[in-house]
Design a protein around this ligand. Structure first.
Ligand code: UDP
Length: 140
């Protein structure tokens, strides 16, 4: 079993598609073991995306991520990290395959509806960024 962090980004929350996104994870068999709605501060968004601090899109991205509420979730399942990335689709919705969340719901390469951890180490860091161990539900 593997866990990954998923975020429904401000664009998707304001479009009113968070239910559709959650529905998709449930239908794919990814189990939600923690979930909450938060509005990040600019500083929190910068800390979360610190790996991108030298990228040209960093300031705009962190403005966007702190612009409105987001839904943060921990998804659990076999190969959850890879499966979530497949369900999300490519970063740029222009490259995202039909049927992926980004193809369905993203606006552009920045406002791309969802975030998902990209590796076990990042998943661990990102889950700990938002949740304490007690907040993660045990399924068994
Ligand atoms: N991003 C952006 N411009 C770019 C590339 C990425 O605004 O040219 C944003 C986008 O919201 C993306 C996030 O930065 O989801 C993190 O980028 P990464 O390359 O890690 O993509 P992801 O793992 O989210 O697909």
């Amino acid at each position: 079993m593997e866990r990954t962090l998923s975020i429904i980004k401000p664009d998707a929350v304001s479009k009113g598609v968070m239910g559709k996104i959650i529905d998709r994870f449930e239908r794919e068999g990814l189990k939600i073991v923690a979930m909450k709605m938060v509005k990040l501060t600019k500083e929190e968004a910068k800390a979360f995306y610190s790996v991108h601090r030298d990228k040209p899109f960093f300031d705009s991205l962190t403005d966007f991520m702190s612009s409105g509420p987001v839904v943060v979730m921990v998804l659990e399942g076999e190969k959850a990290i890879e499966r979530n990335r497949e369900i999300m689709g490519a970063t740029n919705p222009k490259d995202a395959a039909p049927g992926t969340l980004r193809h369905q719901f993203a606006t552009d390469v920045e406002k791309n509806a969802v975030h998902g951890s990209d590796a076990p180490e990042t998943a661990q860091r990102e889950i700990a960024f938002f949740f304490s161990e007690q907040e993660l539900v045990r399924l068994t």
